[in-house]
Design a protein. Structure first.
Length: 236
């Protein structure tokens, strides 16, 4: 099953004019950073290692501007962003879930590394503003990654706890935020979540998440935030 995808249109490596454009985007970000954020981070991790020092500095500046929603002057990293895809080549990057777990399918044969890295940042600019900072934080971690894109990159990009939920399948927001929220609040996936049941489960789990019940303050804060987000999704 395809959990997230990023379509990149780009000039050929030998073309005198370097251009990049975004194609179809399927980047779920609930609960943040979601499978979409994980894919963008992996794209950055895979391709940013090939950027030299000056381009890497410019990439950091661009990421800040995109996160703030600023107007982006062109060209950036020697490439011009455009909406027209005529004459451009296509690459696609995907996050897929299968019998062997999560895997990235990153197309490397057609474009330049900077083109896919740029597309990941520009795609983050299409993420809802309320989630953009969290997704961009994953891209920033990807920018610092060194090494192959193996299983360890998932833990690095999103943290061990989120990675564990993704791998276990309980991170169901990869296909549905509602399924994730029901899982977090321990509600039946196949049934409609009634508001009274949501509230009852939320209050019960909230009590167990309190530091007085043995959890550390940081762990409790993360759990409470997770429960609150799940309740918000189911009651909205």
């Amino acid at each position: 099953m395809i959990l997230a995808s990023l379509e990149v249109w780009h000039s050929r490596p030998i073309a005198p004019t370097r251009r990049v454009a975004l194609g179809e985007l399927d980047l779920p970000t609930e609960p943040a950073p979601g499978p979409g954020g994980l894919l963008l981070g992996a794209v950055m991790a895979r391709f940013a290692d090939d950027l030299d020092g000056d381009l890497r500095k410019e990439m950091t500046t661009l990421m800040d501007e995109v996160e703030r929603g600023q107007k982006i002057g062109q060209p950036r990293l020697r490439h011009r962003l455009q909406s027209d895809i005529v004459g451009l080549s296509r690459s696609e990057h995907r996050l897929v879930s299968g019998d062997s777990g999560l895997r990235f399918e990153l197309e490397t044969a057609k474009g330049l590394p900077a083109q896919s890295a740029l597309a990941a940042v520009y795609a983050c600019g299409e993420v809802p503003l309320v989630r953009r900072a969290e997704v961009m934080a994953v891209l920033r971690r990807g920018l610092e990654w060194v090494g192959p894109i193996g299983p360890g990159v998932i833990d690095y990009l999103v943290g061990a706890d989120v990675a564990m939920r993704m791998r276990s399948g309980s991170f169901a927001s990869a296909s549905s935020p509602l399924l994730w929220a029901k899982d977090i609040l321990e509600l039946e996936a196949g049934e409609d979540a009634k508001p009274k049941d949501v509230q009852r489960s939320y209050r019960r789990l909230l009590r167990s998440a309190h530091p007085d019940h043995g959890a550390g303050e940081e762990e409790a804060a993360e759990r409470i935030a997770e429960l609150s987000r799940a309740r918000e999704i189911l009651l909205s």
